[in-house]
Design a protein around this ligand. Structure first.
Ligand SMILES: [Zn+2]
Length: 306
């Protein structure tokens, strides 16, 4: 199960009413677009967040895999394009309270990928149509959406209580959000468990830098973080290092990195005093294998505080 974020404008109303998202294969100049082609990746059961004008208005589930079809329309006069496009049939769940992205930037920014991010750093949506939404961002969005919508439900129940009206219709939005969140969390948990187990085996259950071997203090850290990883990268044991808590923090924050040869690079932001405290030496080298190389380089290029 994957998650996506679709950027809709004035087409939202019709697309929601008819339960779909759609994109042409090529634009007017004949060029394909990554954000249109991405529809072809959507499979039955996948989750889609609907962003319109700064806010998430709905969350939907794909009812079937993407297929090639004409764009559905309420307007029979509308001229059909010559070519079929990517069509995904969706079950929309419109939110009682939409989620404004800019009000939650602090929580969202750290989870945005470097490549193909749906949002800019100021919280505005990017130009494309369909973006990938990694599982950790999906969990965050589902949590934020539930928070703002739970308050609304409580207010409603209070009104019911005061007017002594028994609510007949149960709110279906919150159970839906809970189910979606637990599905995404299960995917994260399974990947994390496998990843850690594989790293413990690969590095003989020791910190690659200092050799600390207390399992409680060892962390399996991805060189290419979750938000930037493909599904394969997420569970590839070579996309990771087993590090003690201190060294893990230094690596994740980019204060240390390793080059393709496995040689340690220390950020100039660390002083000589830190070297001693963290037991770091300029000539340290880890026993990296060939498969580690491109992940170590990715980390050094994108995260190292040089
Ligand atoms: Zn260590």
């Amino acid at each position: 199960m994957k998650s996506f974020l679709v950027m809709q404008g004035h087409t939202y109303v019709e697309e929601k009413e008819l339960g779909f998202i759609w994109a042409a294969k090529k634009d007017r100049s004949g060029m394909p677009s990554h954000s249109w082609e991405r529809l072809s990746e959507v499979k039955k059961g996948d989750l889609v967040f609907h962003y319109v004008n700064g806010r998430i208005l709905a969350v939907s589930v794909a009812k079937a895999n993407c297929k090639m079809a004409d764009r559905p329309s309420n307007d029979e006069q509308v001229e059909q394009l010559d070519e079929k496009g990517y069509y995904v049939e969706l079950e929309y769940h419109e939110l009682d309270v939409p989620l404004p992205i800019q009000s939650h930037l602090d929580a969202i920014l750290p989870l945005l990928p470097i490549k193909y991010s749906p949002f800019q750093m100021n919280g505005h949506g990017n130009q494309g149509y369909l973006y990938p939404c990694n599982e950790k961002l999906a969990v965050k969005l589902l949590g934020l959406i539930a928070d703002v919508n739970i308050t609304e439900v409580e207010d409603e129940q209070l009104e019911f209580a005061m007017s002594a009206v028994v609510p007949v219709e149960r709110n279906v939005l919150l159970p839906f959000l809970n189910t979606a969140e637990s599905r995404v969390r299960t995917k994260i948990r399974n990947s994390e468990q496998k990843f850690r187990k594989d790293l413990m085996r690969l590095w003989a259950s020791q910190c690659v830098l200092c050799g600390i071997d207390l399992p409680e203090l060892l962390k399996a850290i991805r060189s290419k973080p979750w938000k930037d990883s493909s599904d394969l990268d997420k569970i590839d044991p070579y996309n990771g290092l087993l590090l003690c808590a201190n060294h893990a923090a230094l690596y994740e924050e980019g204060f240390i990195a390793f080059d393709g040869q496995g040689r340690l690079h220390i950020s100039p932001q660390l002083s000589d005093a830190h070297y001693e405290k963290y037991d770091l030496h300029r000539k340290m080298k880890i026993a990296r294998q060939e498969n580690h190389k491109h992940y170590l380089k990715w980390h050094k290029r994108h995260l190292f505080k040089s």
